[in-house]
Design a protein around this ligand. Structure first.
Ligand code: FES
Ligand code: FES
Length: 151
């Protein structure tokens, strides 16, 4: 089936099968490999995107469900070609090791700061509880979120 959706501000079309995930469509059809496929079960958050402004695991959303909707991926969080302040903060804090979790964390953190510009530590933990990282131990990630919030 043909779908039409807005991805990172651009109208895109794709020909998808009924069971195709939004994650697959983004990565394999729309050439946006930033969203990562780590579990494909909604457990890790590495595939996090915004769907009409709501954080979702794109591995759990059917591409067909995104027809006519607005999607923002990690490739679209930054404005005007530069890095988003959250991306800058992750670099500055050394919050990236293998980087597999990073795109999802960037999208989730940007969404958090959009709705809660000065989050408490509890709110940061709550907001990122769906994003697993196997490398960093989370300390530097939380430092990066606090740094981004302070900017
Ligand atoms: S790949 Fe979607 S939650 Fe893990
Ligand atoms: S940096 Fe490797 S999983 Fe998070």
């Amino acid at each position: 089936m043909k779908i039409e959706l807005t991805v990172n501000g651009e109208l895109r079309e794709a020909d998808v099968w009924g069971g195709e995930s939004l994650l697959f469509t983004l990565r394999e059809q729309l050439e946006l490999p930033g969203s990562k496929n780590a579990c494909e079960q909604g457990e890790c958050g590495s595939c996090s995107v915004l769907l009409d402004g709501t954080l979702v695991c794109s591995c759990l959303v059917l591409a067909a469900q995104a027809d006519g909707h607005d999607v923002v991926t990690v490739e679209g969080v930054a404005e005007a070609g530069g890095l988003h302040r959250v991306q800058e903060a992750f670099l500055a804090a050394g919050a990236v090791q293998c980087g597999f979790c990073t795109p999802g964390l960037i999208v989730a953190t940007a969404a958090l700061l959009e709705r809660t510009p000065e989050p408490s530590d509890y709110e940061i933990r709550e907001a990122l509880s769906g994003n697993l990282c196997r490398c960093t131990g989370y300390g530097k990630i939380f430092d990066a979120v606090r740094m981004a919030a302070a900017q």
